[in-house]
Ligand binder design. Structure first.
Ligand code: ADP
Length: 821
């Protein structure tokens, strides 16, 4: 008999990994796992315990403590106490701790892998070759960031105590994504693992203690959603980082609204896997295996929608079915198994229900011939499942199944592929398969997703940021971009105070001098001359008749009357009427958003050079009418002439700054270990709403709106209700500066009323709001509807630095491009 024949006739023999190391470790703990607080093991104050079950056998692994709010409080207290020292520990020392943790994880990698597989049900091949190595890599990589923090993030400091809540699908990997950057940046942590999978987090706690990490720097508290909620609601937590379902993400968004807690959310997905007719189909089939059967499909970025170009669809599906027939479902500890156990019965039920619904809604369901064996096994197993004839709007095409279920659809043209790909509320990842690199990259820029893999899928690395667009959440984990989730800017020491020798135009019409604002940093108002006289070269604050002119809205490049036909009277500080503006309503906002959406794509695609030119032109036209704008500032705010002039100069300088950054706020190429270039590209948010602060009405416009424009966003601006006239005076400047219609829309009116409509609007991608703390809370709560990113600030606070504005105006997309023949 030939060897080739032998391979066909040989019976399959299992190659199980020994469970003993994990069972011994559990036995050492007598099967009972306490809370890890301040480097000590504590019983839960509520005396409640729950079982951790091996989903592949249904057998109990151990009892895990259910932390109460009192336990959460103890953990937060320990973290707070540790923060003082840890945040001041030199980066190099922190780096050594992270390095030590990475080394320990590697040294105990077999135990971690086996324990993870038993607790979660995922195949040992994955825990051994993917999860655990990536965990170690994450700590090594972030040891480097701790080392470099002072040098690379010089104006930033640690945030404080960070509450972190993670899911069960990559228990230790998600822990590392959370803890490594947090402690590298000098924060202390209270982390809650998912209730199905707590064990490797507790083994990790032991590692922390064993390397001598100072008590309180890392605290691990176990428990279910109640524990998570208590952590989210704790008043002494500075940031919440969450990975999990979009539904819980929404609850957390609402719970943290208005609290000043920083928030990052990594939520669900329904990622497209797009195959063009020139793709290497055999590779693409292997890609699908990795995309949707990796970790039983319980992956937030799983390629769960297969979009195939029509001409090769039959061929691809045939190859795929043949491959599925060969997949092996079974004991996750068996090294030859492809698909392990689903994490828990409740999840298994949900998958089965959604599959039934898919079939009921008319799609064609296919499973391998051996599928029925899965349900005969003890434990939670589900066969790989393929749906064809899927309607794009059907449940299985829209809802995240979080199981080994693939929904296949076809397309004809690249345009149709983009439409189908983006036909989801999510935006976590996408995979594009084509031998035509031009086509693949063109598509990569059009797909709304935080990560795009070209001719590859489910690739991760600590050097490359991961996170979502749209309802997949906001914030990035990994890469340089991920560090900003764990730091805050050191407040600028510069104040809006007079500084002699600057102050621009003097009364009597001297030329305005260049403002003193070295505005690569904070948008600062140059100083006033203390002795300034309040005479005027133009309008005076007294003796003028009221201006009989109501400024309209500016929507789609045209001046538009307010829909409600109502006006608001604007007065000077000494209560004189200085003008009227339209009282915008929901309809005006809707029109403005529509106009912005229509303009957004074109503006985003325009070249950065072009955007810079338009901003310079705006600056030029503003300068030409500087006197008017200065007088308007005086009228509205009562500023001295010198200060008003200085504000105009600072605004012009801000426009220059934004123009300068337009073609310089570049992406990066991340150095990942795979044979890839990973392009980290900042992309505009899309339609961005800005509810303006009150102070410095012109400068605020320039400091906030100009960088947002420079980055390619289309804007809906609500000017300060107190001082809206600087914005309404801008219409003519905008009209004469080649700003494309719809790119800047301005709606005047009641701040909080308009902010509410904007934050509830599903077609607004991000909102910045300056106003009261109640207003901030309302905006953040309402934004949970479509998970838009929010940025809130005081109505009269200092204006943010331009680098912060640029970061808030963009989201990083990581495009993985493989190389090598
Ligand atoms: P999944 O669908 O992945 O199970 P969940 O969002 O339900 O995701 O769970 C992710 C994590 O969030 C788990 O650690 C879970 O205990 C926690 N969690 C669940 N409900 C809440 C809540 N209301 N507040 C905070 N955390 C919660």
């Amino acid at each position: 008999m030939k060897v080739a024949e032998l391979t066909k006739t040989l019976a399959y023999g299992a190659a199980p990994e020994a469970a003993k190391p994990a069972l011994d470790w559990i036995a050492e703990h007598e099967g009972k796992f306490q809370l890890f607080i301040n480097n000590e093991w504590k019983n839960p104050s509520g005396k409640e315990w729950f079982d951790s079950i091996n989903p592949a056998t249904g057998k109990k692994l151990g009892s895990v403590a259910q932390a109460t709010p009192a336990d959460v409080n103890a953990a937060v207290k320990a973290a707070r106490k540790a923060f003082a020292g840890w945040s001041k520990t030199p980066g190099h020392i922190r780096a050594r701790y992270l390095y030590a943790i990475a080394r320990q994880i590697q040294k105990h990698s077999r135990l971690f892998a086996v324990l993870e597989t038993m607790d979660n049900g995922k195949p040992i091949r994955e825990t051994r070759d993917i999860d655990i190595p990536l965990v170690a890599r994450h700590f090594y990589h972030h040891a480097g960031w701790a080392q470099l923090m002072d040098r690379e993030l010089p104006d930033h400091q640690s945030l404080g105590v960070v509450g972190q809540i993670i899911p069960w699908n990559f228990p230790l990997l998600m822990l590392s994504w959370k803890i490594a950057p947090a402690i590298a940046m000098g924060n202390t942590v209270v982390l809650k693992p998912a209730e199905f999978t707590s064990l490797t987090a507790l083994l990790f706690a032991e590692i922390c203690a064993s390397v001598g990490l100072p008590p309180g720097v890392v605290n691990i508290i176990t428990g279910d959603g109640r524990t998570g909620a208590a952590l989210v609601e704790h008043s002494d937590v500075d940031k919440i980082a969450f990975t999990g379902s979009t539904d819980v993400g929404r609850i957390i968004r609402k719970a943290t609204a208005g609290t000043q807690k920083k928030l990052s959310l990594e939520l669900g997905g329904k990622s497209p896997f797009i195959v063009f007719d020139d793709a290497d189909l055999d590779s693409a089939v292997e890609g699908v295996v990795d995309a949707i059967w990796f970790n039983q499909g319980q992956v937030c970025c799983a390629g769960s929608r297969l979009l195939v170009q029509e001409g090769v669809a039959d061929k691809m599906i045939k190859k795929l079915r043949a491959r599925m027939e060969k997949l092996r479902v079974g004991d996750p500890l068996d090294k030859a198994v492809d698909i392990g156990a689903i994490v828990a019965p409740v999840q298994l039920k949900q998958i089965a229900a959604l599959v039934k619904q898919g079939a009921d809604e008319g799609a064609t369901m296919w499973q391998p011939s051996w599928a029925a064996e899965c349900s005969k096994r003890e434990g939670c197993f589900y066969p790989p499942t393929l749906f064809t004839n899927v309607a794009p709007a059907s449940t299985i095409a829209q809802v995240e199944i979080f199981g080994p279920v693939l929904a296949a659809m076809t397309f004809r043209t690249p345009e149709e592929a983009v439409k189908l790909a983006n036909n989801t509320r999510y935006g976590l990842a996408a995979s594009i398969w084509s031998e035509d690199i031009n086509l693949a990259l063109d598509l990569a820029t059009q797909v709304k997703a935080g990560t795009v893999w070209i001719n590859s899928t489910n690739q991760f690395d600590a050097a490359s940021g991961f996170g979502g667009y749209r309802e997949s959440g906001f914030g990035r984990e990994g890469g340089r971009e991920g560090l900003f989730e764990y730091v805050k800017r050191i407040p600028s020491t510069h104040k809006l105070e007079p500084s002699p020798g600057h102050g621009g135009r003097q009364d009597g019409g001297e030329k305005r001098t260049s403002a003193n604002a070295k505005t690569l940093g904070a948008a600062r108002l140059p100083a006033q001359k203390a002795s300034e006289k309040r005479t005027s070269a133009g309008l005076s604050l007294s003796g003028m008749p009221p201006i009989d002119r109501t400024a309209k809205m500016f929507i789609g490049g045209k001046q538009a009357r307010p829909d409600g036909g109502l006006s608001l009277t604007i007065t000077s500080p000494d209560k004189k009427i200085i003008g009227e503006v339209g009282a915008g309503n929901r309809k005006d906002i809707r029109n403005a958003v529509e106009a912005a959406r229509a303009a957004a794509n074109g503006w985003a695609k325009s070249t950065a050079h072009n955007r810079a030119q338009i901003l310079y032109y705006l600056a030029e036209n503003l300068a030409a009418r500087g006197d008017e704008f200065a007088q308007r500032i005086r009228q509205q705010t009562g500023a001295t002439l010198a200060n008003a002039n200085a504000e105009v100069e600072a605004a012009i300088e801000q426009l220059f700054t934004a123009a300068a950054w337009a073609d310089k706020y570049d992406g990066r190429i991340h150095g990942v270990p795979q044979r890839n270039v990973t392009l980290a590209m900042p992309e505009p948010m899309g339609v961005l709403a800005i509810v303006m602060p009150d102070e410095h009405p012109l400068l605020a416009l320039a400091a906030l709106a100009a960088p947002a424009l420079a980055m390619g966003n289309a804007l809906v601006i609500v000017p300060s209700p107190q001082h809206p006239l600087s914005a309404t005076d801008l219409y003519q400047v905008l009209e004469t500066s080649d700003v494309p219609h719809g790119t800047v829309n301005i709606v005047t009116g009641q701040r909080d009323e308009l902010a509410k409509t904007l934050s509830e609007h599903d077609d607004v991608d991000a909102i910045w709001y300056a106003g009261s703390t109640d207003g901030q809370a309302a905006v953040q709560k309402a934004s949970a509807a479509n998970m838009k990113r929010t940025w809130v600030m005081a109505a009269n606070g200092p204006l943010p630095d331009v680098d912060e504005v640029l970061r808030e105006a963009t989201q990083v997309k990581n495009i993985w491009v493989p190389y090598g023949a």
